[in-house]
Ligand binder design. Structure first.
Ligand code: NAD
Length: 486
């Protein structure tokens, strides 16, 4: 293991660890203990330029490297990730706080992206029609686009970068990654393992930092596309700025996901699912369940059982195998979340379970227990905003139609889940809900790597989603050739 625990991190440019030109830096904390794991430099536009130059140079040969040869490096990479899975998972728990089991799940999701990307020889294929007119044929050829910039959030330090660079690179592009400055360590291991797998220098580069690095990528003339995942205001800014600079952009944004619970659901399983979806990863998932809409007929029983199940949640350092609920990412985020809890009380939602009471004053980490509000309505700010924490709102409704109408009023539309045993209800849900990733009796309906991660409304800015064939389209451009032979 060669992570830089306790040290000032460096950028990875052209196959070497290079000190940032910046003197500004931030601490990287273990959010469960408050311990400083490393210092991350807030690099400059000059650092970005060095990385883009390296990536641009590497593209000349990498873009022309035969696709099966590129794919073989992805297969090596897959093997190395499997070999180092436990180390990667424990690093995720240290820098992000999610429990070890969830971290292992995240490594698996990242691995699946690498496996999908290893299918480049099939994914990169074009198409031909031999007779578009007499003696005339038409063919479509697919090519990489050049240097791609990736900007990622703190909540999935492995999976989200893996939505981007493995596929971009297997399609023949080169890449500059700016990981979240709050969780930069895992990205370093990812690049080290890819290098060990045989990736040539300059194909994947890392520039650590925050706004200046992001703006450097958005403005750089040699960056052809930007892939972003993060909060809604930043996604909107990225989308507008990257497009204004002539780049392709996919920007995956925030969410406020609704789960609808009907009277004919399997109640125990629904409760289990919602506990996992609302409080797993401390609610810091873009597919987390933030609102449960339950029909009046079963609401009292459901709510009582949900609170009971929440009382059994074990809080603590996720490295302990018995712990379910780890910390949120930073003290500043915890303070923000506590303000939302106070706001919910002011808005007259009923605070059924107060997670602030679960945590001792002496605790060094940024902990909050499962928090549940009942009688939440759609005019309340706690219903509208993404809180991104183990805070769940319950909305009571008379039926499915009302539940869908309410969910559709959210400005976000990432995921939605229905708990039911009725095929008719499932059909109504599928046809009328405005969200891009649906679940039926599945708590987190996040698509696997070979399908697009397809948020709607303010949960996504762009045309082509991350992953699946959308991802291949995003990272490639086409040539059409029409030929006649005499
Ligand atoms: P964030 O928006 O604060 O940061 C994301 C990235 O943008 C980071 O690399 C950060 O350095 C950079 N950044 C932040 N503010 C910036 C600014 N003003 N200008 C330029 N760059 C800036 O997001 P986060 O807190 O790291 O991650 C959580 C958010 O990500 C949540 O809103 C969550 O819903 C969202 N998310 C969405 C998806 C999805 O698929 N839709 C997946 C994961 C996370």
């Amino acid at each position: 293991m060669t992570t830089k625990i306790g040290k000032l991190l460096k950028n990875y440019i052209n196959g070497e660890w290079v000190p940032s030109s910046s003197t500004t830096k931030e601490n990287v904390y273990n959010p469960a203990t408050g311990e400083v794991l490393a210092e991350v430099p807030l690099s400059t536009k000059e650092d970005v330029d060095l990385a883009v130059q390296a990536a641009n140079q590497a593209f000349i040969t990498w873009g022309k490297t035969p696709v099966p040869k590129r794919a073989r490096i992805l297969f090596n990479y897959q093997q190395l990730i499997i070999k180092h899975a436990e180390e990667l998972a424990s690093l995720i728990t240290q820098e992000n706080g999610k429990n070890l089991e969830e971290a292992r799940g995240e490594v698996q999701r990242g691995l699946e992206c690498v496996e999908f990307a290893a299918g480049a020889p099939t994914l990169m294929m074009g198409s031909v029609l031999p007779d578009i007119a007499t003696d005339i044929e038409s063919a479509m050829y697919r090519y990489p686009i050049g240097v791609v910039g990736g900007i990622t959030p703190f909540n999935f330090p492995m999976m989200v970068p893996c939505w981007m660079f493995p596929l971009a690179i297997s399609c023949g592009n080169t890449f500059v990654l700016k990981p979240s400055e709050r969780t930069p360590l895992l990205a370093e291991r990812l690049v080290e393992l890819f290098t060990e797998a045989g990736l040539p220098n300059g194909v994947l580069n890392i520039v650590h930092g925050a706004h200046d690095v992001v703006n450097g990528l958005l403005e750089h003339k040699d960056i052809k596309a930007i892939s972003f995942v993060g909060s809604q205001p930043v996604a909107e800014y990225i989308y507008k700025t990257a497009a204004a600079n002539g780049k392709r952009v996919q920007a995956l944004a925030g969410a406020k996901n609704h789960s609808i619970v009907l009277e004919d659901c399997h109640m125990e399983k629904a409760i289990q699912g919602i506990i996992g979806a609302a409080f797993g990863s401390a609610g810091e998932r873009c597919m987390a369940c933030a609102v449960v809409t339950v029909v009046d007929e079963i609401a009292d029983e459901f709510v009582a059982k949900l609170v009971q199940a929440a009382n059994d949640i074990k809080i603590g350092n996720g490295i302990d195998p018995d712990v379910f609920l780890g910390p949120v990412i930073r003290q500043s985020h915890l303070d923000r979340v506590k303000n939302y809890i106070e706001l919910g009380e002011k808005e007259q939602a009923k605070l059924l379970r107060d997670g602030r009471m679960d945590v001792k004053e002496t605790e060094n980490g940024y902990f909050l227990g499962a928090t549940i509000f009942d009688y939440v309505t759609k005019d309340m700010q706690i219903w509208k905003d993404e809180i991104f924490a183990p805070v769940l709102s319950i909305v009571r409704v008379k039926d499915l139609e009302e539940a869908i109408t309410i969910a559709n009023e959210s400005e976000f539309a990432n995921g939605a889940v229905l708990y039911t045993s009725s095929g008719k209800a499932v059909r109504e849900f599928r046809e009328t809900i405005e969200a891009g990733m649906l679940g039926v009796n599945v708590n987190i309906p996040a698509p696997m790597a070979f399908f697009p991660f397809s948020g709607w409304k303010k949960s996504f800015y762009g045309d082509l989603h991350a992953n699946g064939k959308d991802g291949v389209e995003f990272f490639t451009r086409k040539k059409m050739m029409t030929s006649r032979w005499f």
